[in-house]
Design a protein around this ligand. Structure first.
Ligand SMILES: C[S@@+](CC[C@H](N)C(=O)[O-])C[C@H]1O[C@@H](n2cnc3c(N)ncnc32)[C@H](O)[C@@H]1O
Length: 272
């Protein structure tokens, strides 16, 4: 059986694949233009994902964004011509590598700016994950494009006041999403007309919370994907539900949730 992340499969593997997997395979494959230079998929990303599975176990590795989500985020970064990205929650570096790759494709130069900041800033509470992310960024040849700052993102966000990012990716502790969102808007950390991407906004615990239990049957749909990591479902589900309600009623932003994976919400900070 081929993996979702693979973009090549034999005829026999395709014939044996369930419909849902096949659809994902075609979606990813049909999105790849081999003439792009550099391409939208960083060449080392599959080994980052494979090493993360081997070193952290499957339940943890599921935290990394998939190849397809990375391509989507790459596309958006290209579309708005972003120059700087802040990500909250870097883990072993998958999303940071995609963002670094996307900024490179936008013609952004690597290396620190006058204030010592590289184009991608990642925040992560874990020294261990940050070290792995830095190693993976170096292996991908984009270490000049991203710095990982270790510590609680709530505290480290304050140190970024005065810095402006075109894209902010929320992918750390879900109960803090509202805090991160308000802080990047109120402190001007996200640019006007900039994009906030919030991951996992329709975790199965959130959809259960609003009364739609996920069946996890053979006809599983994207929004029914279970998250195997051990999390406090009540707390996370309630926090995500409250966050979703808060942002869709917030006049400062325009919000669109994509029903992909466990929910990806695109948020545009309005220039009003
Ligand atoms: C879902 S993973 C991020 C996945 C990553 N974006 C990727 O594509 O591989 C969440 C990360 O948030 C980090 N994290 C959790 N709570 C945090 C906090 N309060 N401050 C900073 N990082 C935090 C965890 O250490 C973990 O690496």
């Amino acid at each position: 059986m081929f993996l979702f992340n693979e973009t090549r499969a034999s005829d026999a593997e395709l014939q044996a694949a369930p419909a849902e997997l096949l659809r994902s395979f075609y979606a990813a494959k049909a999105s790849i233009n081999p003439n792009l230079d550099p391409p939208s998929i960083p060449p080392t990303i599959n080994s980052v994902l494979a090493n993360t599975v081997a070193e952290q176990g499957k339940n943890m590795a599921i935290m990394a964004i998939s190849e397809y989500q990375g391509m989507l985020q790459n596309f958006l970064v290209g579309l708005i011509g972003a120059k700087r990205v802040l990500e909250i929650g870097s883990f072993t570096g998958s999303s940071a590598i995609f963002f670094a790759n996307a900024l490179k494709r936008n013609g952004v130069a690597g290396g620190p700016d006058a204030n010592g900041f590289k184009p991608v800033i990642g925040l992560d509470i874990s020294e261990e994950f940050a070290a792995i992310a830095r190693r993976n960024l170096a292996n991908a040849g984009v270490e000049d494009y991203a710095d990982i700052i270790v510590g609680d993102a709530r505290a480290n966000l304050a140190s970024l006041e005065g810095q402006t990012f075109d894209v902010v990716f929320l992918d750390a502790d879900k109960p803090s999403y509202k805090y991160y969102y308000d802080t990047v808007i109120e402190k001007g950390i996200v640019a006007k007309n900039g994009l906030i991407i919030a991951d996992n906004t329709a975790f199965d615990c959130a959809t259960v919370y609003i009364g739609h239990p996920s069946p996890l049957a053979s006809d599983t749909k994207p929004l029914d994907v279970a998250f195997a990591k051990d999390i406090d479902n009540d707390t996370v589900g309630r926090a995500l539900h409250d966050f979703n309600e808060y942002i869709r009623n917030d006049p400062r932003t325009e919000v669109l949730m994509l029903p992909l994976y466990t929910g990806i919400t695109l948020i545009r900070f309005l220039d009003a």
